[in-house]
Design a binder for this molecule. Structure first.
Ligand SMILES: *[C@@H]1O[C@H](CO)[C@@H](O)[C@H](O)[C@H]1NC(C)=O
Length: 127
């Protein structure tokens, strides 16, 4: 092979290897979308949600984002005089799930992976 031929071969080989590496990395993590659904009473005041950034959520709204790193996402919510904190995404619990749903009601925070069967994981606190 000529020098140019060798260089071209090396460039193509690098592209091939890095494509495979990045495909593998994405496949290994299975990072889900996280939904936080405000199911508080209609016409009640909006809830402030903090999972990295701050977001105001009206009753009925579904806020969602895709987890980008396989690490804990800590969330806090404030609603009137009530507040709560929980793990919006927890690697050991949630990795490999297609989606993580949080239903926020006045009775607490309910987790589901299928948007259909719910388990309460957290309660509201007041001072
Ligand atoms: C979750 O379920 C509710 C009630 O069945 C439905 O209105 C909503 O669209 C679903 N959300 C998603 C993201 O599938």
């Amino acid at each position: 092979m000529t020098n140019r031929g060798v260089s071209l071969f090396l460039v193509l080989a690098c592209i091939f290897v890095s494509t495979i590496a990045s495909a593998k990395e994405k496949g290994n993590h299975h990072l889900p979308a996280v939904h936080v659904i405000n199911a508080l009473p209609k016409n009640s005041e909006p809830m402030s949600l903090q999972c990295g950034g701050e977001k105001m959520l009206n009753a009925g709204e579904d806020y969602q984002w895709t987890v980008e790193e396989n690490k804990l996402v800590y969330c806090e919510a404030f609603w009137g005089r009530s507040f709560a904190s929980w793990h919006g995404f927890q690697p050991r619990r949630d990795v490999g799930r297609g989606a993580v749903y949080w239903l926020v009601k006045d009775t607490g925070f309910f987790l589901s992976w299928d948007n259909s069967s719910w388990v309460r994981k957290q309660l509201w606190e007041t001072e």
